[in-house]
Design a protein around this ligand. Structure first.
Ligand code: ATP
Ligand code: ATP
Ligand code: MG
Ligand code: MG
Lengths: 254, 254
């Protein structure tokens, strides 16, 4: 099954929003996904009502070799499975960052514990290409890159392209990539300008679907739920449905 | 003179946008500010046309003990001074992060070279509480915390409050703090809800001025300039003028 990491080192582009809503939709379609929160700020964990009260109840315990990944799986407020994060994870870079296997630890854990055999995995990364995000990239076979429709985010997209190309040499099998425009506002000339630039640059790797700026998407985290529960008729809900349809048709996810 | 760090570990809340426009306005008001780009992604440096082509032309060279801060000062496309960043700075955490003086290096450098004697300094931080951002916090006497008017950013604000309180014990003199709401959209109930929550929580430390969602602010980086050059009549320009007026009246900056 697919192992997707949602990554962009630019901050605030919709990584958590995308992870939350794709996992929720995969769950509604019956594929029992597993989410993994790789961001020490644990926004996804907090939205799901599974914020770990201590590092020992979070992914951090796996890096300390204290627990198996399977022991850390919690059930979110929306009913699907998640391995939560905790602020302690920000120590991973300095505590566990060196060493030959440091970047493959998550990949090895997922394989050893057969966590991906009959369920897709979606990982939410923090806005830094550090040890945790690299663990996500080494553990995945798909990278989904949200790019908000603004100029500063375009810089970030070009940087990621360079980063992933450089990593392809060390990854056994380079992951399939998809870029998706988020926070697209059709009333702004800037949104169209950026979307066009991205399509010229990334071609077929660019999703046809654009995620619109939609208040339902920004509000659902406060209700501890996804957009399909909070605002099922919203533009945001329809766009994420169209995105998953497109990703499934492309074989990006089952 | 004031030494301000613009920080929030939540991504995409308007740190770079705030640094760019406050520095531009301080320059227009004749105080010849110095900007320092502490983000390895170097967004501020790129906007100013001073993106360093190599680590040796950026703040990274200062951490390598290869150059003085004063040797790294460049003139931005808008005419004010900036010490640019470079992707190599992301190595600072693992290369220079340990050691007793690691967090005070920038502070010591600014003091030794008298960079702050007759000009304010404004530092743009990356969305991570790592060695670079801590260098900014130890070097500053003011912390300006942008918080975008959305729920996920509120989580971040509470985390910062805890972080700064914990740091106060090790800082010689705790910095003066101000929080400012950004990307405020008066048509959204959520914006008012969040702004009220922040005022209840942070009281007098919360700026009266709110920075509105304004396309002029999002567009100016593509023109390599600040909002006062690109869209002087825009809502964004007026809001940052009001913000600087308020900060100057409060003695936060000269
Ligand atoms: N399409 C959208 N429409 C409206 N608001 C959105 C949309 N996508 C994201 N947002 C809002 O923008 C803010 C940033 O999104 P989010 O936190 O998901 O980004 P991120 O990339 O995960 O940020 P970080 O870099 O801090 O991890 C959030 O508050 C979210 O609610
Ligand atoms: N008030 C505003 N109105 C409209 N757009 C804004 C506003 N403030 C910021 N933006 C846009 O939102 C995006 C995020 O802002 P910015 O990059 O300044 O945030 P940041 O906190 O510096 O992000 P990072 O965490 O990646 O450093 C930018 O593309 C910017 O143009
Ligand atoms: Mg996130
Ligand atoms: Mg920034």
């Amino acid at each position: 099954m697919a192992r997707i990491v949602v990554f962009n080192q630019k901050g605030g582009v919709g990584k958590t929003t995308t992870t939350l809503n794709l996992v929720a939709l995969l769950a509604r379609r019956g594929s029992a996904p597993l989410a993994i929160d790789l961001d020490p700020q644990a926004h996804l964990s907090a939205i799901c009502g599974t914020a770990a009260s201590a590092g020992s109840d979070s992914l951090y315990a796996f890096y300390q070799d204290a627990k198996l990944l399977a022991e850390l799986i919690r059930t979110s407020s929306n009913g699907w499975s998640i391995i939560p994060s905790h602020l302690d994870l920000s120590k991973v870079d300095t505590q566990f960052g060196k060493g030959p296997r440091a970047l493959q630890r998550l990949s090895t854990g997922i394989a050893r514990e057969h966590l991906n055999t009959d369920r897709p995995i979606v990982m939410d990364a923090c806005p830094l290409l550090g040890v945790l995000s690299l663990n996500g990239i080494f553990a995945c076979d798909r990278v989904l890159i949200p790019i908000s429709a603004d100029y500063l985010a375009v810089n970030g997209a070009l940087q990621i392209d360079r980063t992933l190309r450089a990593l392809e040499r060390v990854l056994e099998k380079p992951p399939m990539r998809r870029f998706v425009t988020t926070r697209f506002d059709a009333r702004r000339k800037m949104s169209w300008d950026i979307d066009r630039k991205l399509r010229e640059r990334f071609g077929a790797e660019m999703c046809e679907t654009r995620i619109s700026e939609s208040v339902g998407l920004a509000e659902s985290p406060a209700q501890n739920c996804d957009v399909f529960t909070h605002a099922p008729e919203s533009r945001g809900a329809r766009d994420y449905i169209a995105l998953l349809d497109e990703l499934q048709a492309a074989g990006f996810v089952g």
